[in-house]
Design a protein around this ligand. Structure first.
Ligand code: PPE
Length: 314
């Protein structure tokens, strides 16, 4: 259960958590008209640091543009709002959720007359696929649900409505006793998990589906691509046939919430040695060393949050 924090940012103001409400007839409720982000802030020795903040906000602005939604705040203004939110909520680490939605006004599918409202909340969010997942790996299935066809709901947009598809994938997986489901695209190639990008390792090379395979352009995906390059591990963006999953040496997920999570079985077929493999482990080590401030932030991925004065009560 979500533990409330003190404040939520709404259209330029900080309001109380319980006051962050919308009307039931807001456009978003009937028609799913929202774009959003999920961003993690990690505790480092020099204070909380937000991971790839600008890249996340840029993707949110891109998502809004695809849906002709004008967000009345610049990237810099939104970045500042998020840093300030983490600071005034006195979070050491947290998950940040900015949401832009079409609000109350007209009814009917046409949304451009409805006001755009922007909220940013943050809260503490633990391990997405369970405590053991990062070290042990998870058991997953291939979903009977496909990811959206490219000319239906655009996968490059992180839009609320896309998550109805994700929910079908996730609910089916959990109902059948799996931690997560992997969706194929409409051509039958591997796409992604309900909330994660996916990678296959074979003979020391990493393969991941290209953006054309109905995947979200993950910020963690971009991070994995960069870290693989840094570590000298070849990574190829290419169509991945389903059966390549089963014969892989390793398969793993990436995502803001899931971080880098190994997969130990798919459809009850053991992957590799049935536990976290060396490639996933190397990437995890590098990833966590950077985000936890144990290694230099050589790519400029961290935005520090100034720590609130302990004596200043709000
Ligand atoms: N694919 C999908 C469909 C997706 O939702 C995510 C993030 C990713 C890939 C990875 O993207 P990125 O976080 O930028 O590396 N999923 C978010 C949603 C979690 C949720 O349940 O809500 C997340 O990881 O924050």
């Amino acid at each position: 259960m979500l533990t409330p924090t003190e404040k939520i940012w709404h259209n330029g103001r900080f309001i109380a958590w319980d006051e962050a409400r919308i009307h039931v007839l807001s456009h978003v409720v009937s028609y799913g008209t929202s774009v959003f982000e999920g961003i993690r802030c990690y505790e480092t020795p020099t204070g909380p640091s937000i991971f790839r903040l600008r890249e996340h906000i840029r993707r949110m602005l891109d998502s809004a543009k695809i849906y002709r939604m004008e967000i009345p705040y610049s990237l810099e203004e939104l970045a500042e709002a998020m840093v300030e939110l983490v600071r005034i909520n006195k979070m050491r680490s947290c998950y940040i959720r900015p949401i832009a939605l079409r609000g109350y006004g007209e009814m009917g599918v046409y949304s451009l007359k409805n006001p755009v409202e922007v909220f940013v909340a943050c809260w503490e969010w633990g391990k997405y696929l369970g405590e053991e997942a990062l070290a042990q790996g998870v058991d997953v299935c291939v979903s009977s649900w496909n990811r959206m066809a490219p000319n239906t709901l655009p996968a490059l947009a992180k839009a609320g409505a896309n998550y109805m598809n994700s929910q079908l994938i996730k609910m089916e997986a959990v109902a059948n006793g799996y931690a997560e489901g992997i969706a194929l695209d409409v051509s039958g190639y591997v796409s992604e998990g309900s909330g994660e990008n996916i990678y296959v390792v074979r003979d020391g090379k990493i393969y991941t589906p290209p953006l054309g395979a109905s995947v979200l352009p993950g910020i963690t995906r971009a991070t994995v691509i960069q870290l693989a390059e840094d570590l000298g591990i070849p990574l190829i963006e290419t169509l991945v046939p389903r059966e390549m999953l089963y014969i892989a040496d390793e398969v793993f997920f990436s995502g803001t919430a899931a971080e880098i999570t190994p997969i130990r079985s798919i459809d009850k077929i053991v992957i590799g040695q049935g536990r976290r493999g060396p490639v996933a482990e190397k990437l995890q080590h590098e990833f966590f060393a950077i985000i936890e401030g144990r290694k230099p932030d050589r790519h400029g991925w961290l935005t520090p949050v100034p720590v609130a004065e302990p004596s200043q009560a709000r």
